[in-house]
Design a protein around this ligand. Structure first.
Ligand code: PEP
Ligand code: MN
Length: 333
């Protein structure tokens, strides 16, 4: 980190500032120019409050040289993290598709979908039991019964289960769940992230609707600070001025995040675009951009789905898409 001091900073002010920084455990490299003094801070600057430093009277500006995320940073961990979900691996050269309905609705519904997406090549089954809905009057999910149905599907199909947590009190219900999803709306629920950091469960961390990539990485850092580095990042579209699509899929986040972090990066085109017929082209784009996986909403009867029917593929459409994904991956080899 570099602090540029104001031209008029007195010798005494500079000495006091250096003493203050050294007291905080930093070594300070002083560069005295004709007009300006620049301080180079050496040490773990991830814990320093840059705004506080910048607010000091003799400081003109502060610039970070390294990012504030350490554990998630590829600079310090050059090799790709591979998240192992009971033998199903994501990251490195391992690509996986997670598929299933937005919400678990009934035993018949989840079974009809699980068997078909598995046959079409999805390695993991998704389904919401606790749903973060914009309106309190909309279907809120089946809750614990939904978790039970998902675990039955795991027994039947052997597919690991991905489902969303919204409340730390629900953690005991997720004991046998394979991947805990943190949805876009909870990306910055720091208490939830801290609790999940104490577990060793794989976490699927979705980017918030209006969050930067840096904020997503800082949220991953919260989980990693607790000792859990089993994290899969998910780009799911961000809110822009565009209204024809539900969100705007930030494809550029895929290569950018893969450069910034060693954590696997997957894409959820369903929530990004919100329109079933565009899920396939967005999936192929994500694969071409280097995504480590996809998460796709699939429903056996999209017109009557209790949640997100408009963006859900039928199992048959999913099978066609999965085959095209395979062909794009083949072409990229
Ligand atoms: C979901 O995956 O069901 C979901 C609610 O997604 P998001 O948090 O990205 O909106
Ligand atoms: Mn959904």
């Amino acid at each position: 980190m570099v602090a540029v001091l104001k031209q008029g900073a007195s010798k005494e002010q500079i000495e006091n500032l250096i003493a203050w920084l050294e007291n905080r455990g930093f070594r300070v490299h002083i560069s005295t120019g004709e007009y300006q003094t620049i301080l180079g801070l050496i040490g773990d600057t991830s814990k320093i409050d840059t705004e506080l430093l910048e607010s000091l009277e003799m400081v003109e500006s502060v610039k970070r040289i390294t990012e504030p995320f350490k554990s998630a940073n590829r600079k310090f961990h050059p090799n790709d993290t591979v998240v192992d979900i009971g033998g199903v691996k994501i990251g490195g050269s391992n690509f996986q598709i997670i598929a299933g309905p937005c919400s678990v609705e009934s035993p018949e519904q989840i079974l009809a979908i699980a068997e078909k997406v598995s046959a079409a090549g999805a390695a993991l089954l998704r389904g919401g039991a606790f749903k973060p809905r914009t309106s309190p009057y909309d279907f809120q999910g089946m809750g614990p019964d939904g978790i039970e149905l998902l675990l039955e599907m795991k027994k039947k199909t052997g597919m690991p289960i991905v489902t969303e947590i919204m409340n730390t009190n629900h953690l005991p219900l997720f004991e046998n769940i394979d991947v805990i999803q943190v949805g876009a709306r909870n990306m910055q629920n720091f208490e939830l992230l801290k609790e999940l950091g104490m577990t060793r469960k794989p976490i699927l961390l979705k980017r918030g609707l209006a969050n930067t990539m840096k904020e997503l990485l800082m949220s991953a850092e919260y989980i990693m600070a607790g000792g859990n580095s089993n994290i899969i990042l998910c780009e799911r579209g961000i809110r822009t001025f565009e209204t024809y699509t539900r969100n705007t899929l930030d494809i550029s986040a895929v290569p950018m995040l893969r450069e910034l972090t060693h954590l696997p990066v997957i894409v959820d085109p369903s929530h990004a675009v919100g329109i079933a017929r565009f899920v396939e082209p967005m999936s192929l784009s994500a694969v071409a951009a280097g995504a480590d996986g996809l998460m796709i909403e699939v429903h056996n009867d999209p017109a009557n789905a209790l949640c997100d029917g408009a963006q859900s593929l039928t199992p048959e459409q999913f099978a066609v898409m999965a085959e095209k994904v395979r062909r794009v991956r083949e072409a990229l080899k």
